[in-house]
Design a binder for this molecule. Structure first.
Ligand SMILES: [Zn+2]
Length: 124
């Protein structure tokens, strides 16, 4: 017998079986999913992790540890100690390749207004 994925009670009608949820649980599940996504964003904020797009040529340079800095517009209130999740971006899409790094140094010396240079260390 098919059981509800949320509460484990047996499912009776075909539509519920196809969805994997009873009608009430389906609605509650959607609310819970939305809440889960909201909490994830909050966790990123709390842990101070910035998700950033990065072009393949720069991704490779960071991955090989040849490039240990990022120059970015500081529209995210970057701080030393913050995490960067560098997500390789190619042809309007994420490739799935990612690098975790930590900001170790910051300066805006001689930079365009609003821009910052960040020293970064790639995490193992
Ligand atoms: Zn249920």
């Amino acid at each position: 017998m098919e059981a509800c994925r949320r509460c484990g009670r047996p499912l009776k009608d075909e539509k519920s079986i196809a969805l994997g949820f009873g009608r009430t649980c389906r609605k509650k599940f959607e609310v819970e999913e939305a809440e889960f996504r909201r909490i994830q964003i909050t966790i990123d904020d709390a842990l101070r992790i910035h998700r950033l797009k990065i072009m393949p040529e720069y991704f490779k340079a960071v991955a090989s540890k040849a490039k240990r800095f990022e120059i970015r517009k500081n529209d995210r209130d970057y701080k030393i100690g913050d995490g960067l999740l560098l997500r390789e971006f190619k042809d309007d899409d994420y490739t799935g390749n990612e690098i975790n790094a930590v900001i170790t140094y910051m300066t805006d010396y001689e930079q365009k207004k609003g821009y910052v240079v960040m020293g970064i260390e790639v995490c193992a």
